[in-house]
Design a protein around this ligand. Structure first.
Ligand SMILES: [Zn+2]
Ligand SMILES: [Zn+2]
Length: 255
């Protein structure tokens, strides 16, 4: 079964989706789901956290072949130990690691980019990603490598492998060395240019020894569960990358 391995229900501070709504959409699409609620400790203006025991208690009766219970951890140097302890509180099936913050600023907002050229902002983004991949030794997946492109205020916000070859190679090598799986996040898959810019990155990942990807919609609403999965599955297949998901922290192949 194919899994949407990145979704947010009402336990995430920025989502109101009910588990029942997510499961109904997934069933219609013939997909399995992994819930990956947000943990971004010491975040401002909102702290993204939840009660893991309450999450476990509420969703454990729903957990099974079609639903796994995971978490998305925002990776920052200052919250490494706090996140590690949080993740150990319940037996999550899957732990995603993400870069949402740079210099303690949420890159969802414009402040981080103020006064920075794209080159400086993106170099920093990749550097922080590499450092956190090595320090966060309890994650299974690196989420949305193109997250910064969602909000960066530049004319061309794409990662552009040609301009950042060295930095992106460092990220891909860190992913492979730490046995982390690279996610294919479908949030931007409706944008042809965005997809085109990912081609050299995922083919380089394959070339350096990467074999697996998780596919995740990052849905915060029922309508976006499984969004662009047809394109993403085709993309993975063209890159010769095997889609996987996680159960009890062990990788499973999707078909
Ligand atoms: Zn994220
Ligand atoms: Zn997410």
């Amino acid at each position: 079964m194919m899994f949407d391995s990145h979704t947010h229900t009402e336990f995430s501070a920025d989502s109101e989706m009910l588990a029942s709504e997510a499961l109904e959409a997934a069933e219609r699409l013939g997909l399995g789901l992994v819930f990956t609620e947000h943990l971004d400790l010491e975040a401002a203006p909102i702290e993204f956290t939840f009660d893991p025991e309450a999450y476990w208690k509420k969703y454990l009766p729903l957990r099974g072949e079609n639903l796994r219970l995971g978490i998305e951890v925002g990776m920052k140097a200052g919250t490494l130990e706090g996140s590690r302890e949080f993740v150990a509180r319940v037996p999550f099936d899957q732990v995603i690691g993400s870069i949402h913050f740079l210099d303690d600023l949420d890159i969802y907002y414009p402040d981080f980019f103020e006064g920075k050229e794209k080159e400086e902002a993106y170099r920093k983004y990749f550097r922080v990603m590499v450092d956190n991949l090595y320090s966060h030794d309890f994650i299974d997946i690196l989420a949305h490598i193109d997250y910064i492109c969602r909000t960066a205020p530049y004319d061309n916000p794409e990662l552009d492998y040609g301009s950042f070859k060295e930095e992106i190679d460092e990220v891909l090598k860190a992913v492979i060395e730490t046995e982390t799986v690279l996610e294919l996040n479908t949030r931007r898959f409706g944008d042809k240019l965005a997809v085109k810019e990912l081609v050299p990155i995922y083919s380089r990942y394959r070339e350096l020894g990467g074999r697996y990807v998780t596919i995740g919609s990052d849905a915060h609403k029922q309508e976006t569960i499984g969004a662009h999965f047809y394109q993403a599955r085709r993309f993975a297949s063209e890159m010769n990358l095997q889609p996987v998901t996680f159960c009890k922290r062990r990788m499973e192949l999707c078909d």
